[in-house]
Design a protein around this ligand. Structure first.
Ligand code: KG4
Ligand code: ZN
Length: 336
């Protein structure tokens, strides 16, 4: 691989249009992110049709901004990497079509990246971190425990059987009237609350099963809120947020530590939007103690961004995973 190898990453799987320029797989030269949160907030969640239209309107401006920020031109790009799933299919198609158009017009190689793999690779940006490690990927649509043997070599050790962790944060925040996206707001309110105030239940699985389940706790919060309202009792938003967050964090941390012990790894990494949660970072680090190193990306690289896609694309390209013009978008793309 030549030095100063430039990857242009493109991410449009949900409600962020992002284009990034990454040098030699890990050095971020630019990471332009156009968030559509304002457009979706009034509906309480992402509206797929609006997301596709917004991506379409933004993609070439965001690309231009990313190139300008990195002080390069299209001619300097060596590889184009694009998220092709999982995600909203209409949204993904905007990025995939744009990337294919660029690759064809510029005569540059193209790589399709799995969004979940991208989240894992956010841990490599601006660091010299390398596999092997255990990764807890927690986002708005995924809660996966993944043993990362090597670049592109994964074993899923556990995942959610119903809602994703981020989905539970978003639904509980909505029930509390906090707005969208709920995760950062629950995180904020929980800081002022008592996390032992309400003992919300966490689903437990049989010994050795590392699955997660978050729909039960979401229902428990909704039932609690209904009960309080019906009886005319007070609802202390901060306490509900803190107690709910504690239950989710405990479940995530418990399984993560068990998986790390089972695999005898030295390092645990966090990835995905929920990895931005301050309580999760704190609790995992404290319970890992000196047994494990805990690693997580900076906040801005936890939520959706194209730098992580460029990084994952670079490593995919190295192992010979070049795509052609038949590259398509898949809403339910599997990791392997
Ligand atoms: O990875 P991401 O940006 O998009 C997906 O791939 O889904 O994750 C978004 C999710 C949302 O559910 C959001 O509420 C959650 O990550 N999130 C958080 C925090 N920041 C974002 N959840 C808990 N605490 C946070 N600080
Ligand atoms: Zn994501």
């Amino acid at each position: 691989m030549k030095e100063n190898f430039i990857t242009l990453g493109i991410e449009t799987s949900c409600d962020e249009t992002s284009v990034s320029v990454v040098q030699d797989g890990r050095k971020i030269l630019s990471n332009a992110i156009f968030s559509q949160i304002k457009q979706h907030a009034k509906f309480g969640g992402v509206v797929p049709e609006i997301a596709s239209r917004q991506h379409l309107e933004a993609i070439s401006h965001v690309t231009q901004k990313s190139l300008e920020d990195a002080k390069i031109s299209f001619d300097d790009v060596d590889l184009i990497a694009v998220t092709h799933g999982p995600g909203l299919v209409g949204a993904l198609l905007v990025g995939v079509s744009y990337a294919k158009g660029l690759a064809y017009a510029l005569n540059k190689p193209l790589v399709g990246v799995n969004h979940i793999e991208g989240h894992i690779f956010a841990n490599f940006l601006e660091t010299d971190f390398t596999p092997l490690f255990l990764c807890l990927v927690v986002s708005g649509s995924h809660s996966h425990l993944i043993h990362v043997n090597n670049y592109g070599n994964y074993e899923v050790m556990g995942k959610t059987v119903d809602d994703a962790a981020g989905e539970a944060f978003d639904k509980v925040a909505r029930a509390l009237g906090l707005g969208y996206p709920g995760g950062p707001l629950i995180d904020k309110y929980a800081k002022q609350g008592d996390e032992t105030a309400i003992p919300f239940p966490v689903a437990h699985f049989k010994e050795g099963d590392l699955s997660f389940s978050f729909s039960g706790i979401k229902s428990a919060v909704l039932n609690y809120l209904n009960h309080q309202r019906q009886k005319g009792l007070p609802i202390i938003v901060e306490d509900v947020a803190a107690s709910f967050q504690k239950a989710v964090v405990d479940a995530l941390v418990e399984n993560t530590l068990k998986a790390a012990e089972m695999k005898k790894v030295k390092t645990i990494a966090l990835a995905g939007g929920v990895a931005a949660n301050s309580r999760l970072r704190e609790e995992l680090s404290s319970r890992a103690g000196t047994d494990f190193n805990v690693q997580y990306p900076p906040m801005i690289l936890c939520t959706d961004n194209a730098a992580m896609i460029a990084c994952a694309g670079y490593y995919r390209y190295i192992i010979g995973n070049e795509a052609d013009m038949t590259l398509n978008a898949y809403a339910n793309l599997k990791l392997f």
